[in-house]
Design a protein around this ligand. Structure first.
Ligand code: CP
Length: 303
């Protein structure tokens, strides 16, 4: 693995290797040492979890970070190209973590620099490190990845975390339920991939009748920033609100995941149920990102 750009690039064995490494890091069985390594955290779009957990992950392994939050203080504002900016930063850092509103930007970055690039979210396309921490969270809560019933609920059109997670889980014989308003359905290229792989799925507009069947309910925010028409956002923003009443009849082992941030699609009353797992999920981002950074920087380490 030289870069982490898309879940489409990772096969089951590579995914399992990262997740196993993350578990060993979290358990203290292995301590990668990134002393002397510098990661450039370039976030052109807002972020709380991804930015701070990458920062935490580097520092927990003795490494250091350069941070950019927004482009307003960079020479991009003077008309410098993204390619020149990335090439310059690659002269200072050992690895780039990039978030951008532009789909394909991380792939582009990986083609113009000679250091590893991690995609921390490119527009509505991909968010592979989120998918890996989502898988890690699913293993922790269900004890396995294979053969689970998983509903993805909300904005499946613009939700990059949903796109990456669908691709990641496809390696593990899932049964999918895709719950969204018709205009926010999962992109057809992902559905085609599922059909080709023989992965069963149902597209629905309501959770009615399926909650008792689920192992995982993965809820996503309607991505306001991707809508061209604000009125369309207003029409769909409250399509699904998960409350304790919605979860009645669920298996005790059902866990509600959400990449966060949430707006109001998961009621805070759900936080007090045993089904809520989204804050622990965010915490799982640290060992998973430690594992990714250590692998890409070639310093997996031993105890
Ligand atoms: N899940 C996620 O990507 O959150 P942030 O936008 O806060 O990084």
């Amino acid at each position: 693995m030289n870069n982490l750009i898309s879940m489409r690039d990772l096969k089951r064995a590579e995914i399992e290797s990262i997740l196993d490494f993350a578990a060993r890091i979290e358990q203290g069985d292995v301590r990668p040492d990134l002393t002397g390594k510098l990661a450039a955290l370039l976030f052109a779009e807002p972020s709380t979890r991804t930015h701070f957990s990458f920062d935490t992950a580097m520092k927990r392994m003795g490494g250091q970070t350069l941070s950019m939050s927004g482009t307003s203080s960079t020479s991009l504002q003077k008309g410098e190209s993204l390619a020149d900016t990335l090439k310059t930063i690659s002269m200072y850092a050992d690895l780039i973590v990039l978030r951008s509103a532009v789909e394909g930007s991380a792939r582009f970055a990986s083609e113009v620099v000679d250091i590893p690039v991690i995609n921390a979210g490119d527009g509505a396309n991909q968010h592979p490190t989120q998918a890996l921490l989502d898988l890690y969270s699913i293993i922790k809560t269900q004890g396995r990845l294979d053969g689970l019933s998983i509903a993805l609920v909300g904005d499946l059109k613009f939700g990059r975390t949903a796109h990456s997670l669908v691709q990641a889980l496809s390696e593990f014989s899932p049964r999918f339920f895709f719950i969204s308003p018709q205009h926010l359905a999962l992109p057809s290229y992902l559905l085609e991939d599922l059909r080709e792989a023989g992965v069963p799925y149902q597209e629905l507009t309501s959770l009615d009748g399926i909650v008792p069947d689920l192992d995982i309910m993965y809820v996503t925010r309607v991505q306001r920033e991707r809508f061209v028409d604000p009125e369309e956002y207003e029409r769909v923003k409250n399509s699904y609100v998960i409350t304790p009443a919605v979860l009645e009849g669920a298996q005790p082992t059902l866990r509600v995941l959400h990449p966060l941030p949430r707006v109001n699609e998961v009621s805070t009353a759900v936080d007090r149920t045993t089904h809520a797992y989204y804050f622990q999920q965010a915490a799982n981002g640290v060992p998973v990102r430690q594992a990714i950074l250590a692998k890409l920087l070639g310093t997996e380490g031993t105890k």
